[in-house]
Ligand binder design. Structure first.
Ligand SMILES: [Zn+2]
Length: 427
């Protein structure tokens, strides 16, 4: 049945104008409300007591009881977070609100569409009557729209969650919204991108606090965000970037300079390789293990001068025959007994473990009339030894790769490390 047919049927059932029903129905369906649910909601709107059978009033539920099988529910909950986001829809800009609600039983995400009239102040307890339920990422989420009846409740709920979205960088997860962080801007650069309305300038870089570091993007450059500044950023949202969380600052975010500098952790969190790989990616992590092999494409390599890709026999995949530029790189396989990861060392770290710079490597290869001697010497120096590595881990269909910022021989007591690993394996 087409949307047209549904509208026709509904309009004749309810005895109202078909065009009006069709418009409402189209709206709801475009907001990904399922057809049955959209029709029920319109029956209520046009006063036909119920979507078949019941009196049409959705039942009151505790948040933990809301399931993706529900179409509409009534919940009483505290607003934990509330963040605005602008989306494009039907060729127009709409501002939606997203965040989390909590009651004594648990938490649930919500999206408030622009037909939803009420304010959503964090800390306020509210009753949401006839809130739509949709499935998002396998979990139920509340859809608040113009058919949701809202009232402020003068009641304090004993919720087991923090109100207001203040968070440390380590606790952020992709999908978090309405988040406030206090951070130091560690790196910041301007970038020009092709946006919706032509070229626009954005900021991107790295933020840090006492718990860790994360990349950020500011889509609407704020003056207070500059390298070295300590700032409080309200109303950010978190997206996934290469498997790790990334902080997004928007036109709705408030950035306030802080008079005191935010302390930034020197160390990256130490994880087992398995734990790090299973997390899907880490922006800044420390791993320790034995180098078991040096992979092909290590040592003295050649890069395309256009795109920087490593090339073979003077051929770039994108640029064809090119005059390659020499470089040093190492791809080392690190194993800690739980899993393995490929550690990628840049020219500087490679020069350190090779024991010479690019010029030395060229001479070495010329003398031997073989480039492979450089990789061979690197392997002689590191394979079998234990290293502590810090860097950015990405996990994709090609495997787990860690771009190293630090690579140092381990000073850990091997016996102690073995005990820790055994404990982990037992757990
Ligand atoms: Zn190229």
């Amino acid at each position: 049945m087409s949307l047209e047919d549904h509208a026709e049927e509904l309009a004749s059932d309810l005895g109202v104008d078909k065009e009006e029903v069709r418009r409402d129905l189209k709206n709801l369906v475009e907001y990904s409300v399922p057809m049955d649910e959209a029709k029920q909601s319109l029956r209520r709107k046009y006063g036909d007591g119920g979507g078949g059978g019941s009196d049409g009033t959705p039942s009151s539920k505790a948040i933990s009881e809301v399931s993706t099988d529900d179409s509409n529910v009534t919940v009483t909950a505290v607003v934990l977070t509330s963040g605005r986001r602008s989306i494009q829809y039907n060729g127009e800009q709409h501002v939606i609100r997203e965040g989390e609600l909590a009651d004594e039983s648990g938490t649930i995400s919500y999206t408030a569409w622009d037909g939803f009239g009420a304010d959503l102040e964090p800390g306020q307890t509210m009753q949401f009557g006839n809130a739509g339920v949709r499935e998002w990422d396998g979990k139920p989420e509340l859809n608040l729209g113009d058919s949701t009846q809202t009232s402020v409740v003068d009641e304090t709920l004993d919720v087991d969650a923090e109100v207001g979205g203040e968070a440390s960088l380590r606790d952020l997860e992709p999908g978090d919204r309405g988040i406030t962080v206090e951070v130091q801007v560690l790196e910041c650069e301007e970038k020009v991108i092709d946006g919706r309305d032509g070229e626009t300038t954005i900021l991107s870089g790295v933020l840090g606090d006492a718990t860790g570091r994360l990349p950020f993007t500011d889509w609407e450059p704020h003056d207070a965000i500059e390298e070295g500044a300590s700032v409080r950023i309200e109303e950010t949202f978190v997206r996934e970037f290469r498997g790790a969380p990334s902080v997004n600052v928007s036109e709705f975010s408030t950035v306030t300079p802080l008079s005191e500098s935010v302390a930034v952790a020197d160390d990256a969190p130490r994880m087992s390789i398995r734990e790090a790989v299973e997390s899907g990616g880490q922006f800044d992590v420390e791993l320790a293990g034995n180098v078991i092999e040096i992979r092909d494409g290590s040592g003295l390599i050649e890069r395309c001068p256009e795109c920087g890709r490593v090339i073979q026999n003077g051929q770039c995949r994108s640029h064809g025959a090119v005059e390659g530029e020499d470089d040093l790189r190492t791809k080392a396989i690190l194993d800690d007994g739980t899993a393995t990861v490929t550690v990628i060392l840049d020219d500087e770290l490679t020069a350190r473990i090779y024991g010479g710079d690019l010029e030395d490597a060229r001479e070495h290869a010329r003398d031997a009339m073989d480039k492979e001697v450089v990789a061979d010497r690197i392997a002689d120096h590191v394979v079998g030894l234990e290293y502590v590595v810090r860097g950015s881990l990405s996990v994709d269909e090609y495997g787990a790769n860690l771009n190293a910022s630090e690579f140092a021989e381990s000073e850990d007591d091997p016996a102690e490390r073995a005990t820790t690993l055994l404990r982990e394996v037992d757990a």
